[in-house]
Design a protein. Structure first.
Length: 271
């Protein structure tokens, strides 16, 4: 991971779409406002493809705002604005004429509280692909099964696909939401504290799933759980008061951070 100061240029892989790995995200001097309140200040960060990147920091530091900016989920909030840029595979996601709906198919999102539709397990996963209408019934069946397998849920639900998704446990519902996102075949998966309301066993299953998914996706996770960040992520970015203080490999971040504020947060002296 690269933290980019104002005097530095983006790495070639992030700046040139011909050389970017699929799923590479790059922010350059990205700032964000909710009305008059500035939530992010000049964030410059390259998120590597095919890895898990954790965003950490105290509540209100801007990490969820940055996460939601990657697939423009904040666009629906009245009075928001931004400056700077975020690119996916070298192409600006905020460029004139960019299709936010198409972006969200490429960049899936899983929220802190699971939110399955009040439909069957099958219909939850099939919802996005069905709207696109490009698959036969057999093709849709295959996609639903593969998505549930990728979310490590197939063996638990294969005999009750037509049952209501609301009858699943909390951990199963969260994995169903992951399967629903995966059915759109995204390049990137964003997760906003996906295990904070789950029991330890369900949390472990989500974490094991992230290790599998990073083989094929770019994964970005917001977490307040520092032990979780250390367990699941390859890279960690520390946000504080709307700024990016430091970003590094997770191993280095948790053993020898460069910044005193990072060390103070990781060791529990504040936050």
């Amino acid at each position: 991971m690269t933290v980019i100061s104002r005097s530095q240029l983006l790495p070639v892989a992030a700046a040139n779409p011909e050389h970017a790995h699929p799923g590479t995200i790059a922010a350059s001097r990205f700032s964000f406002w909710y009305g008059a309140k500035q939530a992010l200040h000049d964030i410059s960060l390259v998120v590597p493809a095919r890895a898990v990147t954790a965003l950490i920091g105290p509540s209100g530091c801007g990490k969820s705002t940055f996460l939601r900016s990657i697939n423009r989920m904040n666009d629906s909030v009245p009075g928001v604005r931004h400056s700077g840029s975020i690119t996916l595979d070298g192409e600006s996601i905020y460029r004139r004429g960019a299709d936010a709906t198409a972006l969200r198919q490429r960049v899936g999102m899983v929220f802190q509280r699971w939110n399955p539709f009040p439909k069957s397990i099958y219909e939850n996963v099939a919802y996005g692909p069905r709207i696109k209408g490009q698959l036969s019934r057999a093709g849709l069946d295959e996609l639903v099964e593969s998505s549930l397998r990728r979310a490590a849920l197939w063996n638990e639900v294969k005999v009750r696909l037509r049952a209501s998704a609301l009858g699943l446990s909390g951990g199963q519902q969260q994995r169903l939401c992951i399967a629903r996102a995966l059915a759109n075949e995204p390049e990137v998966l964003l997760l906003d504290e996906p295990a904070s309301a789950l029991d330890p066993i369900s949390t472990q299953k989500i974490e094991e799933l992230l290790h599998e998914l990073k083989r094929e996706l770019t994964v970005v996770i917001v977490t307040h759980n520092l032990q979780q960040a250390a367990r699941v992520s390859d890279y960690t970015a520390f946000f504080y008061m709307g700024t990016l203080v430091e970003a590094e490999t997770t191993a280095r971040m948790f053993t020898s951070p460069r910044e005193e504020r990072t060390d103070a947060y990781i060791t529990g002296r504040f936050g």
